[in-house]
Design a protein around this ligand. Structure first.
Ligand code: SF4
Ligand code: SF4
Length: 470
């Protein structure tokens, strides 16, 4: 049952090395310390990355991008389904109607449209069933909706995986639901392609290597910002004679709000907590690990602030999107009963989620402890200021990299200065070390590109002229 846990994790977040300036902003924000600077470029350690997108948000040079399928791939299929979450609709300004949005999606080339959260009642009942009949660990259960938080738990809090709700995400459920609807229309499954339009790198990664199941039922993934721009460009010109919008009679208030903070929480009795934003999620998971949250029944976690309204491929402001989403939800009825949809509910079950602990100092426990001791003794010599100038996110991370033979003591610029003063290394070697970490041409700067008069970098630094700079 756990095949997917043994597969290599797919990652949707990539780095364009040409754009990277090694500024370390990403290094500082990564919640799993998955980034290092090597040879003047940021690199991602795959086993640690959870595709949360914090680096993507932090990079001032747009060096991170999100892998996606080309939109033209939809035309490989005779029937083309646009599967999108409610946040997609909510990010458009209020003068663009839902009908215009649906209509333009069909102009772009989709033959069918479906909102991810349409069959939400099936998921609500299935999660309740899991809590009552399958979960036998200590409280609370943790939502598995947000794949970034699921991966975070796997790599950083492996002991908490047993709290995860073993149910598929809404997009997989919706894809099964659409397949059923297409079958009722007499459409051959091989003629239909389901394309998931998402604001979320973690969901792309989860579709490519799903947790707890073999393969996602979705056929392709499209970056939401790309579709948003296309719809925006065409929507204002669309008036009257809208294409009929299929399946929309099943959209519910609960479904529309599901991906926002408190969306899931609202569907459950008992004591629930809703937490959004990676730093808050980390704090609450640490409390749970310490055994603090025994009185909580359900924990809803969203890696992004304002939930999926804050996804990295959302174009609109997250607060405006969430506000429009709440207003839109008021216009829709409560979710219908899931009675009669038992077949769909069966598709929701996933296998247990396996831990993927990120600290692998050694597979042999005894050696791992010895290496941990060694890292501690290295730490004792490091300055402990976590400046990132060594290319690792913290002094401890550098010490662990050293134990793994992936870094050296002289990567620390303080140690380098000290050793130079003590005559342990030459100035030339120290400079070569810097170049190795920060790139050979690091000091070949063209200051005119940064708004200053170009003087080949060092012309300004004449001791007599600029004594106060020395
Ligand atoms: S934030 Fe990271 S990827 Fe972006 S330029 Fe800085 S070091 Fe490079
Ligand atoms: S909150 Fe939503 S958009 Fe953000 S990582 Fe989680 S699922 Fe993705």
């Amino acid at each position: 049952m756990n095949q997917s846990n043994q597969l290599e994790l797919h990652h949707a977040i990539k780095i364009d090395a040409d754009k990277c300036r090694a500024c370390t902003h990403c290094l500082q924000v990564c919640p799993t310390e998955a980034i290092r600077i090597r040879n003047g470029k940021a690199t991602i350690i795959p086993g640690r990355c959870v595709d949360c997108g914090e680096c993507h948000r932090a990079c001032p040079y747009q060096a991170f991008y999100v892998e996606q399928d080309d939109l033209s791939r939809i035309f490989d299929y005779k029937y083309r389904v646009a599967l999108f979450p409610a946040v997609f609709v909510s990010q458009f300004p209020e003068n663009i109607s839902e009908e215009q949005i649906y209509s333009v999606l069909k102009q772009i080339g989709f033959t069918h449209t479906c909102e991810v959260e349409q069959p939400i009642s099936v998921l609500i009942d299935s999660i309740k069933d899991f809590a009552q009949n399958e979960y036998d660990s200590e409280s609370p259960i943790i939502s598995s909706f947000c794949p970034a938080t699921v991966r975070l738990i796997q790599v950083k809090y492996p002991a908490l995986t047993e709290h995860l709700v073993l149910r598929n995400a809404p997009h997989d459920l919706a894809a099964w639901y659409v397949r059923q609807r297409l079958a009722e229309e007499g459409i051959d499954p091989s003629d239909a392609g389901i394309f998931y339009i998402t604001p979320c790198a973690a969901k792309i990664a989860a579709v490519k290597s799903p947790v707890g199941e073999k393969k996602s039922i979705v056929d392709g993934i499209i970056n939401m910002s790309e579709i948003y721009n296309q719809v925006m460009a065409k929507a204002t010109g669309v008036t009257g004679n809208f294409h009929s919008c299929d399946c929309r009679n099943e959209i519910s208030r609960e479904g529309i709000l599901w991906s926002l903070p408190e969306g899931e929480k609202a569907a459950f009795d008992g004591k629930s907590l809703s937490v959004d934003g990676m730093h808050n999620v980390i704090r609450i998971l640490e409390r749970l690990e310490d055994g603090d949250l025994q009185d909580i029944d359900f924990l809803e976690l969203r890696a992004c602030e304002e939930g999926c309204a804050g996804g990295i491929m959302m174009t609109s402001n997250r607060f405006l999107t969430a506000d429009r989403q709440h207003k839109r939800a008021e216009k829709f009825p409560e979710a219908k009963s899931s009675a009669g949809m038992e077949e769909l509910a069966e598709k929701l079950r996933i296998a247990s989620v396996q831990p993927r602990p990120m600290v692998h100092l050694d597979t042999d426990m005894e050696k791992a402890f010895a290496k941990m001791e060694k890292a501690r003794s290295i730490m004792c010599h490091l300055p402990g200021i976590d400046c990132g100038a060594c290319g690792a996110p913290s002094c401890l991370a550098l010490a662990e990299d050293m134990v793994r033979h992936e870094a050296r003591m002289t990567d620390c610029i303080y140690i380098q200065q000290l050793w130079q003063k003590e005559g342990k290394i030459s100035a030339e070697k120290a400079f070569r070390n810097l170049e190795k970490r920060w790139g050979e041409n690091r000091f070949d700067v063209d200051c005119s590109k940064r708004g200053a008069k170009n003087d080949n970098g060092f012309g300004l630094m004449n001791e007599g002229e600029d004594a106060d700079l020395y």
